[in-house]
Design a protein around this ligand. Sequence first.
Ligand code: MLT
Length: 262
Amino acid sequence: MAAAPQTAPSLRVLFSPAEYEAMNAKDLLGVTCVVFDVLRATSTMLEALGNGATGILPAREIAEALALRTRHPQALLAGERDGLRIRAHLTGGVDFDLGNSPREFTRDRVEGHEIIMTTTNGTRALEACRKAEFVHIASFGNLTALAQHLLSARAASVCLVCAGTLENASFEDTLGAGALVDRLIKESGGRPPWPLDDSAQIAWDLYRSHQHRLSEAAQSARNGRRLLAQPELAGDVPVCFQEDRNPHVARLGADQVIRKIA
Ligand code: MLT
């Protein structure tokens, strides 16, 4: 039997880098992608936009980020490798202005600035979605606003892309995707607005079994345990799990800049 075309109406979830990198070979016409990197890239991007950053320029590699800086000399450089701010020894001499902690992206620091950002998995997942009709960023911070936008935009098909941890699926991104499935269904009066793929059902079930103890769920995530074990990063975890903290809709434009659209 022939494989169903990507544009068959569906709500699905891609759990790992192997799945989202395979999207390059597919026709994504009519597909809206939503990228989750709950800990921490998309949570941090939403915090930056919420605090007045004018746009996020995602870059997969450090060298690409540095090249973007030469074309956008006023932009701030942000991102991490191994969870920590990128320092001169990784760049040939340039210290990045910011790391990947949402708590660094205060209004004082980011208002009015463009931010060039490279992270291990978050910006990698964004790059994999570039052929999609629309690409949004998501986290617990913008679930309701994004669900309402997706429903009003009436995409043919919606694909929730979990950035994952290194080459693996991650608990927190799957949980975030499941939370968005839950919001979409609730905002549609209890009926799935698109046929649920098994992957969306799995993520939704995971969210429903943890929704009343989300902060404990961070302990089930490899990334959550890594951050919680470092005193200077532990405070990021509750920020990234706070629901509707940054109730904005943000989308990657044709110029490859992520901006707030609502
Ligand atoms: C990533 O993009 O892989 C993450 O955001 C890593 C991190 O927590 O810094």
